[in-house]
Design a protein around this ligand. Sequence first.
Ligand SMILES: [Zn+2]
Length: 94
Amino acid sequence: MKYLIWLVVLLAVVVWFQRAKKSMLAGNDAAADARPESGIPRPKAGGTRRSAEPGAETMVQCAHCGIHFPVSEAVVHASGALYCSEEHRRLASF
Ligand SMILES: [Zn+2]
């Protein structure tokens, strides 16, 4: 029974360590992106990371109907206002 408890504790430590290592690697990526003089040619990590978690995208509000939608789907008016669709951009311009 005593060994079982130690086994669970060891497993928890291993899981925690792997998570810490993963977040540490992510932190290093961000630091490398901030320092272009590091000399390591790497693609912009932001794009791949964003596609990996679609829920993390910035949400904006339509200036016409007030609905919230991902900024990548925004239709931008000449004034800089954001709309959910071409239809609402057109309606708002009147
Ligand atoms: Zn709208």
